[in-house]
Design a protein around this ligand. Structure first.
Ligand code: GDP
Length: 372
């Protein structure tokens, strides 16, 4: 592979070109995303950022990005570009990196569903584990290892069957799923490439982070959609798995700011991002239904546990064992002290506000029949 003709690391970094992220557009970056080819339309969560310049030329001069302040910022054409690619395809990763010459890479690509990872363990290991290696090696192949800052989406799933609570950067890992095991490999290969080749590579160990854009099969979004649909008479009952599981749920908008801050440090380090609070799934359910004016009353135990709408007496939440996992992560609670100290990062959006925002977005979407 012909080496690229590169300026000094300092000059190179001034260009601010990143692979992935909306926040970065508002910070003036040129952003490139990698998208998997699919026969069905799969840019629903990006279309507010992206317009095809050939099909809709009139829109290219009025692209907008929504910032966390809710202000609308014009970004201008050419600030956001999608490339077809896949973490299982090394040649393609090398090609994209050589073309884009990014200053920062955010590796958020993964098969990220824990339950699905039990059914597609090899695929998950390939994409989430080896995919991270392929991306790091693509950077090296292009001779960019001293020029690129690399963010790896590590996860609280690494703690799995937790050996201490709360979990911090020094807590030993004990993954409980093929997803957790694949991410464990990715975590260590990032550390190894940092130590072996002096790459600026960081692991962000992020606890669950949610928003109205969360995929529908994750528990928070599944609940917020069901609360919306049940309140509008479009669904009668929500079926869940282990409602005793506890998670440290934060808002994704806060977490992307923390990710960016990790790459603005002088030295690469690993950080936990978490709220420092944990809540059972059952509490998320109660608050989501309260947000649409439905009060719940719980009864029964284990697989027979259910919640009825106090007003109508109808069962609206039931347990279905098909959603249980072969091995479960019972409790996650993060300690974000290091990020608070070194990055000046703190979550801004609390649990109740998060639940309300998700439910309200789903009510609005259900009323206007908008699908994401
Ligand atoms: P995870 O923390 O990455 O596994 O995120 P999820 O949102 O998929 O799951 C969070 C927790 O909710 C886990 O402990 C699940 O076992 C539990 N849970 C209970 N019922 C459900 C369900 O119906 N779907 C999902 N995805 N999780 C559920």
């Amino acid at each position: 592979f012909a080496k690229l003709n590169l300026p000094s690391t300092e000059e190179y970094q001034k260009r601010k070109v990143a692979l992935i992220s909306e926040l970065l557009l508002s910070k003036g970056y040129q952003v490139h995303g990698i998208i998997r080819r699919s026969s069905s339309f799969n840019t629903g969560r990006l279309h507010h950022l992206y317009e095809d310049q050939h099909e809709r030329p009139c829109l290219t001069s009025s692209l907008y990005v929504q910032r966390s302040t809710r202000a609308l910022l014009p970004t201008g054409p050419g600030k956001f570009k999608l490339h077809y690619g896949d973490l299982s395809d090394s040649t393609n990763l090398v090609y994209i990196i050589a073309q884009v010459q990014p200053t920062e890479i955010y590796n958020l690509g993964a098969q990220s569903h824990v339950k699905v990872s039990f059914e597609m363990a090899e695929y998950t290991g390939d994409v989430d584990g080896l995919g991270t290696l392929r991306l790091l090696d693509a950077v090296r192949t292009c001779g960019l290892e001293k020029h690129v800052k690399f963010y790896q989406a590590s996860t609280s799933e690494l703690y799995g069957k937790v050996v201490e609570t709360p979990q911090s950067e020094t807590t030993p890992f004990y993954p409980r799923s093929p997803y957790g095991c694949a991410k464990l490999y990715a975590y260590w290969i990032v550390v190894n490439y940092r130590e072996s080749y002096g790459m600026f590579a960081c692991n962000g160990i992020l606890f669950n982070h949610e928003s109205p854009r969360r995929g529908r099969t994750f528990v928070t979004r599944k609940i917020s959609r069901a609360a919306a649909d049940i309140s509008l008479g479009k669904q009668s009952c929500l079926y869940l798995g282990n409602i005793d599981a506890q998670r440290d749920w934060g808002h994704a908008r806060d977490y992307v700011e923390g990710m960016w801050r990790m790459l603005q440090q002088d030295t690469p380090e690993d950080f936990v991002l978490a709220t420092g609070e944990t809540h059972p799934v059952r509490e998320f359910v109660n608050k989501a239904f309260a947000a649409v004016g439905i009060e719940l009353k719980w009864s029964g135990e284990g697989v027979d546990e259910q919640a009825v709408d106090v007003k109508t007496g109808k069962a609206v939440v039931k347990v279905d064992p098909k959603y249980f996992r072969p091995a479960e992560v019972d409790l996650l609670l993060g300690n974000p002290a290091k990020a608070e100290r070194l990055l000046g990062w703190k979550r801004q959006i609390d649990f109740d506000t998060l639940v309300k925002e998700m439910v309200e977005a789903d009510v609005k979407a259900a009323k206007s029949l908008v699908e994401d």
